[in-house]
Design a protein around this ligand. Structure first.
Ligand code: PGA
Length: 249
């Protein structure tokens, strides 16, 4: 079983003061899970400096797929590396929806990150309409296999997958632990097909979508849920701490 990963996704929220408070408090915790904070680009330097003597992983929420060039407003992998970024969310449903990111583009980003030894956190998940017509496995399988297309086994080992049903993000509606675990088992099966059973067992599959201190323990106790990608609750210190503590193995 992979070491549990609890990743906070601040989205376009937060500021330096909150980050400094959060890092100071999280650094004092004695936890066995890997904690990662995915903050806006503008907070990466503050995160890098304040988390220096801690085990907190430095995460970005996005990256551009090209090495450099005339892409106003975008940030490259090498620029992320300057802040010691080790993790990067790719293919979040908000990027798919509001920025028209498709599987082909997401797969380019995944490859670019792996070339620079940054762990991609590949987000996949179906919308409510897709679940209602029973297409959730088809959608998830497609996003997974397209996102991780043509990647060598050694690189796949460095990927993290986050299953985030779109209908559970920011809505307060979580998938039930059994519903989530069932999809995680399906994803694990697809990863076996892409690699082999040993590598598939090493790849952390996180659940995301309204994870809170109050529901994390039950979720994280499930056999194939290896951690959480946490949005709203990662901006609330006490809630985030309690999620981290729920993930002890
Ligand atoms: P939420 O967001 O925890 O606020 O639902 C999760 C995410 O979008 O990663």
């Amino acid at each position: 079983m992979p070491k549990p990963v609890i990743a906070g996704n601040w989205k376009m929220n937060g500021n330096r003061a909150l980050l400094l408070d959060m890092v100071a408090a999280l650094s004092r915790m004695n936890n066995s899970s890997k904690v990662v904070m995915c903050v806006p680009y503008s907070l990466l330097q503050t995160l890098e400096e304040s988390a220096q003597n801690s085990k907190i992983g430095i995460g970005s929420q996005n990256v551009h797929q090209e090495v450099s060039g005339a892409y106003t407003g975008e940030v490259s992998v090498e620029q992320l590396k300057e802040f010691n970024v080790q993790y990067c969310i790719v293919g979040h449903s908000e990027r798919r929806k509001f920025f028209q990111e498709d599987n082909e583009l997401i797969s380019k980003k995944v490859k670019r990150l792996l070339q620079s030894a940054i762990h991609p956190i590949l987000c996949i998940g179906e919308t409510l309409e897709e679940r209602e017509i029973g297409d959730e496995q088809i959608i998830v399988c497609n996003q997974l296999t397209e996102g991780l297309k043509d990647i060598a086994f050694d690189d796949l080992r460095r990927c993290i997958v986050a299953y985030e049903p779109v209908w559970a993000i920011g809505t307060g509606k979580t998938a039930t632990p059994d519903q989530a675990n069932e999809m995680h088992q399906f994803i694990r099966g697809q990863l076996v097909g892409l690699t082999n059973a040993a590598i598939a067992a090493e790849i952390p599959i996180l659940y995301g979508g309204s994870v809170k201190g109050s529901n994390a323990r039950e979720m994280l106790a499930k056999s194939d849920i290896d951690g959480a990608l946490v949005g709203g609750a990662s901006l609330q210190l006490e809630d985030f701490k309690s999620i981290i503590l729920s993930a002890q193995n």
